[in-house]
Ligand binder design. Structure first.
Ligand code: ADP
Ligand code: ADP
Length: 222
């Protein structure tokens, strides 16, 4: 899942993971979990995240590679926020080739810059699990300030402050476009218009991976 900060990667990856029965592996969530647990890796990466910079490739690649060795990843995963540089994309290709696999589809959610800023500045996330994501206008929780799923308080991410949003765009968009080119060159890139309502984006993404838009367990319309 590729896209600028705020494009909707996390929101859509969680839905796709559920629909396709695959784990949702988000590099940002893995980093935040390390920071929360106070691990050495967490201490190392915090300053990069706070500055809106990318975490160095070696640290990021090692962390994701380790996650992909877990048994639940055997049949595939939805990767969200990784790879974010050409070096990461090449490392992922090598990692998967060793297991006889490859990237089946690179899904790029394309969103206008002004809309990205609106999304990031209105984003609220669960304080317990940062992949429970809300938006004060587009996806408000049922009770203000409380996660619908686990009842934990919602918080705004430190890196969703205006100046860090600007830094993330400046530092992270150029390498992201190189990753988009990398997958275009390999013939697996699918670009989806992300400036649409969440449901429309989900349908477009499911179409890209040849999954039916309606869950098999849903009842047909009367
Ligand atoms: P967003 O959802 O807003 O795009 P993420 O939650 O994916 O942000 O990532 C938060 C931060 O974690 C990034 O701004 C960056 O500092 C770091 N990060 C996440 N994934 C990567 C990656 N693949 N390479 C380097 N840094 C990363
Ligand atoms: P990313 O992981 O790419 O940074 P998120 O999934 O966290 O993006 O979404 C960023 C913000 O935008 C969240 O507040 C989310 O609720 C909201 N959002 C996601 N998709 C849409 C959409 N299609 N329309 C409006 N808001 C959206």
């Amino acid at each position: 899942m590729l896209g600028a900060p705020g494009a909707g990667k996390g929101t859509q990856a969680a839905l796709l993971a559920e629909r396709l029965g695959m784990p949702h592996v988000a590099s940002g969530d893995l980093f935040r979990d390390h920071i929360k647990r106070g691990t050495d890796l967490g201490k190392k990466v915090k300053k990069f995240m706070d500055a809106g910079a990318l975490v160095p490739d070696d640290v990021t690649i090692a962390m994701v590679s380790d996650r992909l060795t877990q048994p639940d990843s055997k049949e595939g995963v939805i990767l969200d926020g990784f790879p974010r540089t050409r070096a990461q994309a090449e490392a992922l290709d090598k990692m998967l080739a060793k297991k006889g696999g490859s990237v089946a589809a690179a899904l790029y959610i394309d969103v206008d810059r002004e809309e990205l800023i609106k999304r990031l500045s209105g984003r609220w996330v669960c304080s317990e699990q940062s992949d429970h994501v809300y938006h004060e206008v587009a996806k408000p929780p049922k009770t203000a300030g409380i996660c619908d799923i686990d009842g934990a308080p919602l918080i705004q991410r430190d890196d969703d402050k205006a100046e860090t949003i600007r830094a993330r765009m400046e530092k992270q968009l150029p390498p992201m476009f190189e990753v988009v080119d990398h997958y275009a060159d390999r013939g697996v890139l699918n670009t989806v218009e992300g400036d649409k309502p969440m449901d429309a984006v989900t349908i477009a993404l499911l179409h890209c991976v040849n999954a039916p838009a309606v869950s098999r367990s849903s009842k047909p319309a009367a």
